[in-house]
Design a protein around this ligand. Structure first.
Ligand code: HEC
Length: 203
């Protein structure tokens, strides 16, 4: 027991034909906790097509997490707005397309997951830095960014429209001065003062 033969890690061996004491894994071996049986969650694909739904419920917490991760990992190039004008791009890195172009607005959620997982062209992948759950959260946040730039009044829930004209029959006295110079002359910052310094008329 005390003096058993053993191999130091990665030592050569004469016992095996390939001379390796470290034996290769048997094909199909799955490390404990890495079965990744939920294919959609780990690839964003259904068969070979990108899926267009979240693999878990989208809550405000998930959206907040997506925003935070996006601003850390993606905004340096894509900008916080997603228009592709991030600081690294302003310093000379290849400019990514804006998320607000039609092609990317139509791209399914799984496509964004896939770009983060495998990279795209000049863009490196973020599989090491961003967990699968966070990649989904970011994908959802990108969709929210896209919607924010193409919002229409019909997307606003009823009762939240901001009226810009008073209802009929209501006479509104504007709180701002529509008389111009008459009252301006009595205030310290008058037109006279502006004229004296050759400055522009105050708006
Ligand atoms: C270091 C800069 C950089 C960072 C950081 C970065 N990207 Fe990109 N991204 C690019 C560039 C450059 C392209 C364009 C690549 C090309 O066309 O060769 C691109 C393209 C894309 C595209 C569009 C692919 C297409 O079909 O045109 C998506 C979507 C995308 N990135 C998502 C992300 C997400 C999500 C993150 C954060 C996890 C991220 N990127 C982080 C540089 C970056």
């Amino acid at each position: 027991m005390q003096n058993q033969p053993y191999y130091r890690p990665l030592r050569e061996s004469d016992f095996y034909a390939d001379k390796r004491s470290e034996r290769p894994l048997i094909q199909g071996t799955v490390a404990r906790g890495h079965l990744n049986a939920d294919t959609y969650f780990y690839t964003g694909k259904i068969g070979s097509n990108d899926g267009d739904y979240m693999p878990f419920p989208l809550t405000p917490e998930v959206m907040a997490r997506g925003q935070q991760r996006f601003n850390i990992y993606c905004a340096p190039c894509h900008s916080e707005l997603g228009d592709g004008n991030g600081m690294i791009v302003q310093r000379g890195y290849k400019r990514p397309p804006s998320y607000h172009i039609d092609r990317l607005r139509r791209a399914p959620l799984g496509y964004f997951f896939d770009v983060m997982t495998n990279g795209f062209g000049a863009m490196p992948d973020y599989a090491e830095q961003v967990t699968p759950a966070d990649r989904w959260a970011i994908a959802a946040y990108i969709r929210a960014l896209q919607l924010s730039q193409h919002a229409s009044a019909s997307g606003v829930p009823a009762g939240q429209q901001i009226a810009s004209t008073p209802p009929p029959g209501v006479i509104v006295t504007p709180p701002y001065d529509t008389q111009g110079a008459t009252t301006a002359a009595s205030t310290p910052h008058s037109d006279k003062a502006a004229a004296a310094t050759g400055g522009e008329k105050k708006q």
